[in-house]
Structure formats: C-alpha cells, structure tokens
Design a protein around this ligand. Structure first.
Ligand SMILES: NC(=O)c1ccc[n+]([C@@H]2O[C@H](COP(=O)([O-])OP(=O)(O)OC[C@H]3O[C@@H](n4cnc5c(N)ncnc54)[C@H](OP(=O)(O)O)[C@@H]3O)[C@@H](O)[C@H]2O)c1
Length: 274
C-alpha cells in the first residue's frame, strides 16, 4: 500500500469519516481529491491539509446523487490532468422511519448516492486503479449490511449491496496489486444521525472517525488485505451473531433494537409518487 506520490479521491470529504480519511492519507504523503456538496467545508479542509502536510489537496463540489455524477467527476479530473490511484467511496446517508412513511424522492436519492454512485465511480476508476496497483479501492459499508434493518429498510439494503459488490470486485481483481476493502463501522460520532433524523440507530458504543479510519488503514496495510472488515470488537461480535442466527430471529432482534414501529393502516400516508 503506497501513500506517497499517489492521489486519493475521497467522496463525502466535507464531514465525518471523509474528513478523517483525507487527514490520514494526507498525513502519509498522499495528494487528495475532496468531493462533496459543501464547497466551503472542502476548501477549508484542503487549505488545512496542504499547510499541515505539504501535499496537494484538490476540491470538487459535486452532488453525487445526481444521475451522471460519476462521469461528470471523471471528466473534471481528466480536464485538470489528475490521475487517481485510490478511490474511497465514503459519501452516503441513511434515513430513519417506517418505509411506508418515507419520502419517495429521498429514497431515490439514497439509492442513487449509496448504490448507483458507488457502482459508477468504481466502474469508472477501477481500470486505472488496478493497472497502477499502488493504491486501494475502499467502500464504506456498515454493520447495517449484515442483517435487515427495520426502520432503516432502504439504508440497510444499500449497505448490503455495497458490501457484496465490493467483496466481489475485490475477488475479480485479486491478481492485480490493487487492495480492495469494504469497511463496516457500527455507530460513529459524525453528522450521520442528524441527517438520519434519529439517534435510535446509534446502537452500541460510538466510535470516533479516527478509530474507524485507522482500522481501515491497518487492514489495507496487512500483507494480505481481507475482503472486508467490521470496525470494533463489539460490532464484530454482533455482526457474526447476526449471520449465525436464524433469519427470523435476526430480523426480530434488529427490529427491536432499532425501535421499529409501524403506523396502523388508518394512519398510512397516501401513495407517494415521484
Ligand atoms: N456514522 C455512522 O454511524 C456510520 C456507521 C456506518 C456506516 N457509515 C457510513 O459512513 C459513510 C460516511 O458517513 P459519516 O458518518 O461520515 O456521515 P456524515 O458526517 O453525515 O458525512 C457524510 C458525507 O457524505 C457527503 N454527502 C452526502 N450526500 C452527498 C451527495 N448527494 N453528494 C456528495 N456528497 C454527499 C456529505 O457532504 P455534503 O453534505 O457536503 O455533500 C458528507 O461529507 C456513509 O457512507 C455512511 O453510510 C456511517
């Protein structure tokens, strides 16, 4: 795993885990490309990293939930003459509440960001990443990927997708030197729960972004990078238990822990059409 002299593209770099990914890669000498919607935050982070670590930090403001966002990002990088050696698919969000009450446009946005953008960015950059082989492809999944998550039904499903997808792509590229890793954190102290609209999903001990990113780096730096990791011992135990327990039991436990409740038929909202 090489940092010095490589460029890492980090999505969702304006807050939370993305800021820490950028900091730890820059600290080790990598140039970074910071992508998110909030330009002011990206610019502030870029200036700080350049000053502190003497690297180049590029900033691209982009809404990755927009169709065609990956191609537009690639075109912008090509226009600036920037090659990417590491892709960290980190941008994502969740939303708490009964599925039937969720807004259809927000559901689409979540799938577009958590699934479509991850897939398209990976498809766009993978040939270059694998040909170079010095860097890594990292995707941030979640402990939510290991069982259905009532009250966060779509979010859990998107993370199950990225976990499966990343592991499979890692296997396909195993003869290249590229390191491919899906990282699944449990709750982390970021803006995630404010965006999700509830702290009911903050189940278990809250990790810091530094702990999660350090665990990710250590897995990447092992002689043989594993296909995926679950960050934190407690989360490793609970995700293992989820996969070993009968599905019906796992689902019931998950629903209870997430405090999923469902509206009675009389209070159901009308069909939500996009
Ligand atoms: N925190 C947790 O407990 C936890 C647990 C497991 C997995 N995760 C995963 O970790 C990843 C990072 O989340 P976080 O905890 O760091 O949350 P966060 O603090 O809310 O940060 C999310 C980042 O994603 C960016 N983003 C959101 N929508 C975007 C869009 N449409 N286009 C481009 N960028 C967008 C945000 O930037 P802008 O708003 O500026 O666009 C922000 O930089 C996510 O994939 C999340 O699902 C988090």
């Amino acid at each position: 795993m090489t940092y010095q002299g490589t460029v890492a593209l980090i999505t969702g770099a304006s807050a939370g885990l993305g800021v820490e990914f950028a900091r730890q890669w820059a600290e080790r000498g990598a140039d970074v490309v910071l992508v998110a919607r909030r330009l002011d935050r990206l610019e502030e982070l870029a200036a700080g990293l350049e000053k502190r670590y003497g690297i180049n930090a590029h900033v691209i403001a982009a809404d990755l939930a927009r169709p065609g966002a990956a191609a537009a990002l690639r075109a912008e990088l090509d226009a600036r003459g920037i090659s990417v050696h590491t892709l960290i698919n980190n941008a994502g969000f969740g939303s708490y509440g009964a599925f039937v009450r969720q807004d259809a446009s927000q559901i689409n946005e979540m799938i577009q960001l958590n699934v479509v953008a991850v897939t398209e960015l990976t498809r766009t950059f993978l040939p270059d990443l694998a040909a170079d082989g010095r860097g890594a492809l990292v995707t941030v999944a979640s402990a939510a990927a290991y069982q259905p998550t009532p009250a966060m039904a779509v979010y859990g499903a998107t993370k199950a997708f990225v976990l499966s997808f990343t592991e499979a792509v890692g296997y396909e590229t195993r003869t290249s030197h590229l390191r491919v890793l899906a990282v699944s954190p449990g709750p982390v102290g970021t803006e995630f729960f404010d965006v999700a609209g509830s702290r009911n999903a903050a189940v278990g001990r809250m990790a810091t972004p530094e702990q999660v990113v350090t665990a990710t780096r250590r897995a990447l730096e092992r002689r043989k990078t594993p296909p995926s990791i679950v960050a934190g011992l407690g989360n490793r135990i609970s995700t293992l238990a989820s996969t070993l327990t009968p599905r019906r039991v796992t689902l019931a436990v998950s629903g209870r822990i997430l405090k999923a409740s469902f509206p009675s038929s009389t209070t159901l909202p009308a069909a939500n059409r996009t």
